[in-house]
Design a protein around this ligand. Sequence first.
Ligand code: PMP
Length: 306
Amino acid sequence: MSIKPVAKIWMNGALVDWADAKIHILSHVIQYGSGWFEGIRAYETKRGTAIFRLAEHLRRMHDSCKIYRVEIPYTLDQLKQAIIDTIKANGLKACYIRPLVYRGYGDVGVDPSGIPIDVAIAVWEWGSYLGAGALANGIDVRLSSWHRAAPNTFPTYAKSTGNYLNSQLIRLEAAADGYAEGIALDAYGYVSEGSGENIFMVRDRILFTPPLTRAVLPGITRMSLIRIARDAGYEVHEVDISREMLYIADELFFCGTAAEITPIRSIDRIVIGDGKPGPITLDLQKRFFEIVRDGKDPYQWLTFVE
Ligand code: PMP
């Protein structure tokens, strides 16, 4: 999928032309992966353009930065306004939003002291992340031979640019073997997550998802679905999941801002359920889309752009 340029990108407080949103090749982020970012969606709801869980995304970006001793030179309110301004400046009704905090151009050593902290916000139109038909029909995935980072190596709680080298390995391996996505285990062999999505399994109408200590990113969609599912009367457990539990699941699905709720119809060519999106997956998809598409917002999760 290729990106369709829009008019403006926000950089350090100013809206600059898309083509001019450039940084120096020796910027710390390029040399050493020192960036912390978010992926947020704004939906065109029946009540206007609305950003899904903006405060929680910005909080996570703040947390990611805190882990790396980075102070964002803008308040959360300023970032919130900057995101709204960027969407408006580009006249988009629905979009993906990518705020990025990064160590910019200063010195070239690993030591980041004194290197400026820069902030950029880009928006673009992004459809189905895991391919056409993924939301409706589900995808085929494999168990990755790559594991997620071990504890006390690369903090997986932080959404840092460098962590996505691991994600790229998972995704490339899956693609090379003809799968839409890979599922990685953690350092101890328990199920962790996809390259850019959290995972849920259903067995006997009970939902299971790995706990946050299993090298998963604390997904905003994951957290939202746990709430939606429990309020809908489902039992949800955050527990360790073994590889073979996935094979015998009644239903499996990925969730994430980009992937939304994507059913998984097979893993390692083992068919899940009857190979079609299961009833609980579809029920949760419906409940999620009622919020972000219809603008029904019992949880106050939407920030309206106007
Ligand atoms: N795990 C990883 C590695 C991700 O990149 C993402 C996407 N941000 C997720 C999980 C899902 O998180 P969220 O629901 O907040 O988008």
